[in-house]
Ligand binder design. Structure first.
Ligand SMILES: [Zn+2]
Ligand SMILES: [Zn+2]
Length: 282
């Protein structure tokens, strides 16, 4: 009975320990990619030193730089897979974790990890000048949109429009930049940073003057900022574009604030993280 109970507990501890150790080691090693690169030429299985052009460990035959995405074996010195152009550092880390643990915890396979992977690959192709930069940059914008990185996404669309103003996708990019600026502004709005929000909403209307949602929100923020004439002008624009915009119509009847609200308080400085010990001291 006691033994049975002990077994159950130790099994539970083992699973959670494997999980936390696997996640911790993956996270820590990915954070330490520059440091990991210094050990790139050391076999993780037997610690034998390898030459930059080696593909397998000469002592234990470990695949030293095996791409886990496409299965290509790369020489030790490569940072990106010669076949699929994905970064190899995550594969080198994941290869040291047992495949069944990797599969069970979906390590490196979460939707977020897959988007991060795409982004790194697109940036790499742009950096080395391979592929069609117009298409790569467009894909990068779409990937950042999926990742909800509004600020970075807005920057990529601006870059796209500056580099490829005559692209057949320029109009689409302009609309997406306006949408990203709007979402970025909305994040500021939620944090009470109204001036920054108004600035992004205004940039959104400049990028896509037909975006009545951005005009409406510009009007809404200007009302709160006690800018009555500015709010009215923005809301009129919204209604000129879309007479059925009910938010703009109802905001037209709202009185502007008597005075600007005070700026939001500065965020509390975050306390230094306290490292939690993996193993408790006796
Ligand atoms: Zn080895
Ligand atoms: Zn590959």
């Amino acid at each position: 009975m006691v033994i049975k109970k002990g077994l159950t507990i130790s099994q539970g501890v083992t699973v959670s320990q494997i999980r936390s150790i696997a996640i911790l080691s993956l996270g820590a090693l990915l954070l330490l990619v520059p440091a990991a690169q210094a050990f790139q030429n050391v076999c993780p299985a037997c610690r034998t030193q390898a030459d930059p052009e080696d593909v397998v460990c000469r002592k234990c035959l470990w695949l030293l730089n095996h791409c886990l995405i496409c299965g290509t074996t790369n020489p030790v010195s490569a940072n990106f897979c010669s076949n699929c152009d994905n970064a190899l550092a995550p594969s080198r880390v994941l290869a040291t974790i047992a495949p069944e643990v990797r599969a069970k915890l979906k390590l490196g396979a979460s939707p977020r990890a897959l988007l991060e992977r795409d982004l790194t690959r697109l940036q790499h192709l742009l950096d080395v000048g391979r592929g069609n930069p117009e298409e790569l940059l467009f894909q990068m914008g779409l990937t950042l949109k999926k990742m909800e990185f509004a600020a970075r996404e807005a920057g990529v669309w601006a870059d796209f429009l500056a580099r490829f103003p005559d692209s057949p996708k320029a109009e689409e990019a302009r609309k997406m930049r306006a949408d990203a600026l709007f979402r970025w502004g909305f994040l500021f709005y939620q944090q009470g940073e109204l001036d920054a929000a108004a600035e992004r909403f205004q940039q959104a209307t400049e990028t896509d003057p037909r975006n009545d949602t951005a005009w409406t929100w510009l009007g809404r923020v200007r009302l709160t900022l006690a800018d009555g004439p500015g709010a009215k002008a923005a809301l009129q624009q919204a209604l000129a574009i879309n007479p059925a915009n009910r938010s703009a119509r109802s905001l037209m009847g709202v009185k502007p604030a008597a005075q600007r609200p005070p700026p939001p308080p500065a965020p509390e400085p975050e306390p230094a993280p306290v490292p939690s010990p993996l193993y408790s001291q006796p």
